[in-house]
Write a new protein. Structure first.
Length: 370
């Protein structure tokens, strides 16, 4: 179905915004993006851009005025501003997914309300809360900020009593601004991502469930498919569907689950395209970006999503030389995506590479040690 003459507005113009723009262009859509960073990747390819703060309600309103549909590429957008403009403009996902996903306590309580298990957790506002939580959960546990934490930031593992002084300092610094959350550490076998879509016509679909492998708290590899038992796969599918339907969420929803035997534990949610879904651009007949746009347009979502098994590798600032090595290998069915970011930092996401036809064992044997 054609989307020519429709304009898609995107709050955020990083690499996710850039890939949403690319998918929109395939549909013949116009695009406008908003971001405070003048070197944002999506600025280079969007039809229009607004170089202003996300917290500038006039800038957000300008974006909405010039768009037929509006979405967002990250969860730390101000839900209060989005809620205000939702009354007048077409933002199908609304503000509620942002309200929950930007706060670790709220999102876990929401999962529990949908009967989706999480690791045991409690709020921490002061030292006494931490001590009581440790008595309840035991060691090890993990202390996190409720907001603004990602890629391993804003969290502290507490392995034993020797870590308590650092934990007290963490509370002293962070609880001046917000409450924190203490979680019992789940001894899990692996982590998976479920990326689901619910259209405005209420049809539902999912990408294949994938396995995530992290390095230093940041996603390193995504393995598609995850290779799960039918029982476990059905459990994840049902939890993902019920989470969207019970909360009346539309658009896209990524949930990271910890897997322990045949049990699953909700870890985090993200109402936007996800790093672990980049592989779908080449490996699936519909990418996560295609399906997001279809759901926002109210189109019936496809159930026949196909997958070519693959491995997706994140490229961070510290391993840019890996890209040159892969180029020299001239591998078949290997797709390199660089985001065009000017500033290189060691743990900044600079690109990704998708290796079609690889599983984890083949990747380790032929790629990992180059």
């Amino acid at each position: 179905m054609s989307s020519i003459n429709k304009t898609l507005g995107i709050i955020g113009a990083g690499q996710l915004g850039m890939m949403i723009v690319e998918a929109a262009k395939k549909r013949g859509m116009n695009t406008i993006v908003l971001d405070p960073n003048p070197n944002s990747p999506a600025f280079r390819i969007a039809d229009k851009y607004i170089n202003k703060s996300f917290s500038d309600i006039n800038a957000v309103t300008e974006l909405c005025k010039n768009s037929d549909i509006v979405t967002y590429e990250f969860e730390n957008v101000d839900d209060v501003i989005i809620n205000a403009v939702c009354e007048k403009y077409n933002i199908p996902q609304g503000a509620m997914p942002l309200y929950y996903s930007k706060n670790r306590l709220r999102e876990k309580k929401l999962a529990n309300s949908c009967k989706i298990p999480t690791a045991s957790f409690q709020s921490v506002r002061k030292k006494e809360d931490l001590i009581n939580g440790i008595k309840k959960f035991g060691y090890p546990c993990i202390l996190k900020t409720t907001e603004d934490g990602y890629d391993g930031k804003g969290q502290l593992f507490i392995h034993n009593e020797e870590d308590l002084p650092k934990a007290y300092e963490f509370i002293q610094i962070n609880c001046m601004l917000m409450e924190c959350i203490l979680e019992k550490v789940v001894s899990f076998d692996f982590e998976v991502s479920s990326i689901s879509f619910r259209s405005l016509d209420s049809s539902f679909t999912m990408l294949p469930i994938v396995r995530n492998i992290h390095k230093n708290g940041i996603l390193n590899l995504t393995i598609a498919p995850a290779i799960l038992s039918k029982q476990l796969e059905n459990k994840i599918i049902e939890a993902s569907r019920s989470f969207m339907e019970m909360n009346n969420f539309y658009g896209i929803m990524t949930i990271e689950f910890f897997v322990q035997g045949n049990d699953i534990f909700f870890n985090e949610m993200a109402p936007r395209p996800h790093n672990s879904g980049h592989y779908s651009i080449e490996a699936c007949n519909y990418s996560q970006y295609d399906l997001l746009i279809m759901s926002l347009l109210g189109e019936k979502l496809p159930q026949d999503i196909t997958l070519k098994p693959c491995v997706m590798k994140n490229i961070l600032g510290y391993n840019l030389d890996f890209v040159d090595k892969i180029k020299k290998m001239n591998l078949k069915d290997t797709y390199i995506h660089m985001y065009g970011k000017k500033e290189v930092m060691p743990n900044r996401k600079m690109g990704h590479i998708t290796f079609i036809g690889y599983d984890l064992e083949k990747y380790k044997n032929t790629i990992e040690n180059i």
